[in-house]
Design a protein around this ligand. Structure first.
Ligand code: PMV
Length: 309
């Protein structure tokens, strides 16, 4: 028996979303975490994550040791299910690069929560799954907005505002986005903390930047619903400039953004926490190959294409 969860990418509004502004994110269904469940008659639960080179056994041997994300996910899920520990081996295989803003942590948690539900003979509803994964995300991010877990659990394009019900977005015309990795790992938690310090030190300069990002996201939603790709590209470019003002870009991200535009992308920006990780470029069937080549030439270590539909 197998269950799975996708990667995600933020199209607009990262960082400002932490301050209550809207953001738009989409699932990347071609990159996934798959959980394979093998039931057995004894031996407790084993969770095996070959990509992380980690194995966990339950019941835990040392209850005094601090729990890691996998252990928290198992505990919270069994509590919510009011289920006994299943006798099973759950294997987690991931094709999502880790620590690069594609939501690998939230996807691992989501696949694991679903696998435990399945091992207990139950289907957890998306809202409960989302709540559990959000709790686990707090371990990675400190004060996450909740956008990662939401887009991954629901696996649909979302217009997200912190603490509000999610709004699916209607895609007027499918479009393609290239996701290019700078190869530089960066901790979202650090970037989010730095933006917080900047905001507290200079609120009169930073508040308008956050407001403008919020306004731009509303505009982007309209353009996505209308299928106005060119206008959407312009909004991406502006969003990148505003993220630079929040100090979350980096020379590598700026270089890839420039390379994408030079290669003919309709727009480009960093995506996610920034300071490294990924950037995105809006492409058409005509420009995709040229933009990809330009990104690789400028030093991207990996380029994925995803269709937003
Ligand atoms: O680095 P990622 O892709 O997990 O994105 C984090 C998005 C932020 O807005 C920077 C933080 C958050 O919790 O929303």
């Amino acid at each position: 028996m197998q269950v799975s969860a996708p990667a995600k990418v933020i199209l607009f509004g990262e960082h400002a979303v932490v301050y209550g502004k809207p953001a738009i994110a989409v699932p990347v269904s071609s990159l996934r975490v798959t959980a394979s469940i093998e039931e057995r008659s004894s031996g407790g639960l084993e969770v095996f994550a070959p990509d992380l080179k980690q194995r966990f056994y339950f019941p835990r041997q040392d209850n005094n040791a601090e729990e890691n994300a996998i252990e928290v996910a198992v505990r919270l899920t069994l509590e919510r299910l009011q289920a006994k520990l299943p006798q099973a081996v759950i294997r987690l295989d991931s094709s999502i690069p880790i620590a690069s803003g594609l939501g690998s942590g939230a996807a691992i948690s989501t696949a694991l929560v679903r696998a435990l539900g399945s091992a207990a003979g139950r289907v957890l509803d998306p809202q409960t799954t989302n709540e559990i994964v959000y709790e686990v995300e707090k371990m990675h991010h400190g004060t996450p907005s909740g956008i990662d877990n939401t887009v991954i659990v629901y696996e649909q394009a979302v217009f997200f505002v912190r603490s509000q019900p999610i709004e699916p977005i209607k895609i007027g015309l499918p479009f393609s986005v290239l996701i290019a990795d700078t190869g530089q790992g960066a901790l979202t938690k650090v970037a989010v903390g730095d933006v917080r310090r900047l905001y507290e030190a200079e609120p009169e300069r930073i508040q308008p930047v956050l407001e403008r990002i919020g306004a731009l996201v509303l505009e982007a939603r309209k353009m996505i619903e209308r299928g106005a790709i060119h206008a959407l590209g312009q909004l991406m470019n502006e969003n990148h400039l505003l993220l630079q003002q929040l100090t979350v870009s980096s020379p590598e991200l700026d270089r890839l953004v420039k390379a994408a535009l030079d290669g003919g992308a309709a727009g480009a920006k960093l995506s996610g926490g920034g300071r490294g990780g990924n950037m995105i470029a809006l492409v058409t069937p005509d420009s995709a190959a040229q933009v990809r080549a330009s990104l690789l030439k400028a030093g991207a270590v990996r380029v994925f294409e995803t269709q937003v539909k």
